[in-house]
Write a protein that binds this ligand. Sequence first.
Ligand code: 3EB
Length: 344
Amino acid sequence: MPCSYSADTMLSDQHSLHWLKLAANDTPETQRLLGAVDYGLYGDSTADCLVATPVLANFPVARTAWLGRGPVSSGTHGPLHYRHNDDLLFGYLRPESTTNDAGSVGLEQLSFDAYCAIFGLMTATGFPWLARCWNYIPHIHAMEEGLERYQQFNIGRQRAFRQAGQAYLDGAPAASALGTRSGTLGLYFIATRIQPLPIENPRQISAFRYPRRYGPCSPTFSRALLLPFDDLDALFISGTASIVGHESRHPGNASLQTAETLHNIDALVEQANRLARGGGFSSQALQFKAYVRHNSDRDGIAATVHGLLGQDADVTWLEADVCRSELLVEIEAFATRPVQGTPP
Ligand code: 3EB
């Protein structure tokens, strides 16, 4: 379908990974489409994957798409649907496979099963490295069998990593984990054939080493991760919040939490530039998704983001619950940089 983004799509022709932000119903050219994701509360999404987070701008749905080099093949594997090319595997949990949540199957088991399916698919298709995971957990703060559902998720996720022999400490994938207020467990991911370079934040304790007071089982993610493709370095910055060391900072103050979060992102960009072959990542040039807990905080958070990063900062605004109840905002980011010697 022709759309105003076709020029962008053409530019991405030779690139191993490209992220597009689209308007609702824009369909990128399918030859190189790895996955399209809609964010919003609409039942009529035609994307692969619909995430039930309201969008806090003027678009009812924020569609995003991951493109790689063609040709792409697709299939299903248990509860997953996937597409892959020679470099990348994109997969997501089919919503009809998780309707048991809040029914007979608990979230821990559902998360375990989902990640076991991911690792099984990676083996079957020959993609050994899980690089980036997006996790959307309905009613993330609700209690289930005496534990917060985010903790149930952490237990099931880590159990699957350990059973599959996947890195659950150093080398864990970059990730985001957000709460939704409707829908079923949502999960999509990218796996690779090249080994990612994990990045930690010197300002924060690694999440996989959080002390036990945050839950019986630590979250399984790296703060960021760099993918060294032959033509570009791709940087995935995990969901980042106002945490210094292991403690939440500035409870109750969304603007200060936002500034602290961007400080953490700056620190990750600095680490990434030490590893990146061409360097040159900058916080101003990242593509952001900001998850805001309360719609009423959005203007204050946006003023802080644009005050620190400039009016042109590229942000998709979504409403979601962040996994610690005192955290009011979580921000994730993506960017690519050409490798020195290759044209941009
Ligand atoms: C944090 O830094 C905030 O459990 O996969 C951010 C990104 C957070 C990913 C996850 C959790 C996760 O602990 C929460």
